[in-house]
Design a protein around this ligand. Structure first.
Ligand SMILES: C[C@H](N)C(=O)N[C@H](CCC(=O)O)C(=O)O
Ligand SMILES: [Mg+2]
Length: 364
């Protein structure tokens, strides 16, 4: 099975409710889709969101990176020579992790199809069912409480509460949600870099002293502020997770050396795809650092790849934040992974199992 050509497209999927974090507000997923075609008639699909505030990737940079740097290198490559093709992708240009991730995902999709097996089996197997949390956007307190209760009614037992907008209000937000939810869901906080280290410690002490038990606090301080992250980690009881501070293996090593956080959030769009995510997870495991698998605002194309990885690495990846598809008004994918609110399951279909993508607009 050889890659003959590639094509680029875009999907637009409105969100059920605006996604609001300390970094940005988004109402629609508008991701770039890459399709790899082969001489056997098989197609592989990948997806990249333009999360400029985190990865630096824009629609323009993703298209340019794939069209002129990464895609042409894959023409004529044998899918079975996976490691060689991955190397071509990863060395095509610096950074551009979302563009690399999209192409890698499409390649791994083909790799599974080449051997007639679902991707998770190719990656080592596992129980093909996982459950995800759901994000509660930062908003007025009443709205966040209502959104949390509605998520519980939809069957979610783990809520990722976005904070980081206003320190005083954030404490009140979490207290109100905690009281309303009672013990029906586990709460995770994500400040998306919105606090200073001192503010984070102050806020978390206020919550901990009030008897509020939280599963973890994600990325309280600026991405580059590893000293600040360490300052927070050393002073609060709640485990601290690094997200924007850790893209791949290099940052895992920095984090481990400094003992700056307890957990890391692995995302395919930060690692440049599955190969980097596997390396990152294995390295974290070597140092006893717990892992979450997360996503950006992605639909069920690239999130499917993360699901396959989560299943195959469930011994290392113990926390799941793959709620992108649950935030969408509709699923643009025919086939593939089944997203049913908090429950995510994988069928026996080879690769990612994607049969077609609805509403895919060509960019060629
Ligand atoms: C969608 C996911 N639950 C999430 O919250 N991801 C964010 C970044 C998403 C974005 O801004 O596109 C995170 O973990 O920080
Ligand atoms: Mg985060």
């Amino acid at each position: 099975m050889k890659i003959t050509h590639f094509s680029l497209g875009q999907i637009r999927v409105p969100l059920k409710t605006p996604f609001k974090t300390a970094l940005r507000t988004v109402e629609m997923i508008e991701d770039i889709i890459v399709t790899l075609h082969t001489d056997t008639g098989h197609v592989g699909y990948g997806e990249a969101p333009a999360t400029a505030v985190i990865t630096g990737d824009t629609h323009g940079s993703i298209i340019e990176a794939i069209r002129h740097f990464i895609g042409p290198r894959l023409i004529g490559q044998e899918v079975a020579d996976l490691n060689h093709a991955v190397r071509l992708i990863q060395t095509a240009l610096e950074r551009n992790t979302s563009a690399k991730a999209a192409v890698e995902i499409a390649l791994y999709d083909l790799w599974g199809q080449r051997y007639g097996a679902p991707l998770y089996q190719m990656l080592g197997g596992g129980e093909p069912v996982i459950s995800t949390d759901i994000t509660i956007s930062v908003d007025h307190i009443d709205k966040m409480v209502a959104d949390s209760l509605s998520a519980i009614e939809r069957g979610f037992s783990s809520l990722k509460i976005k904070v980081g907008k206003d320190i005083g209000l954030d404490v009140e937000r979490v207290k109100a949600i905690y009281a309303a939810v009672e013990d029906r869901a586990l709460l995770r906080l994500d400040a998306n870099q919105g606090w200073s280290a001192k503010q984070a410690v102050h806020a978390m002490h206020a919550l901990e002293d009030a008897g509020i038990r939280l599963e973890l606090l994600e990325q309280p301080v600026k991405a580059r502020d590893l000293k600040g992250l360490k300052y927070v980690t050393e002073r609060i009881h709640t485990p601290v997770m690094a997200d924007e501070s850790v893209f791949g293996p290099q940052e895992v090593l920095d984090l481990v050396r400094m003992r700056a956080a307890d957990i890391i959030n692995i995302k395919l769009m930060k690692t440049g795809g599955l190969s980097g995510a596997i390396l990152t997870a294995d390295l974290a495991a070597l140092y006893g650092v717990d892992c979450m698998i997360g996503c950006m605002l992605e639909s069920s194309i690239s999130v499917a790849a993360a699901v396959h990885l989560a299943v195959a690495k469930s011994d290392i990846i113990t926390k799941v934040d793959l709620d992108g598809p649950s935030l969408c008004q509709f699923d643009p994918v025919e086939g593939g992974v089944m997203f049913n609110e908090s429950e995510i399951s994988i069928t026996d279909a080879p690769g990612l199992g994607i049969r077609s993508i609805r509403g895919l607009q060509s960019l060629d």
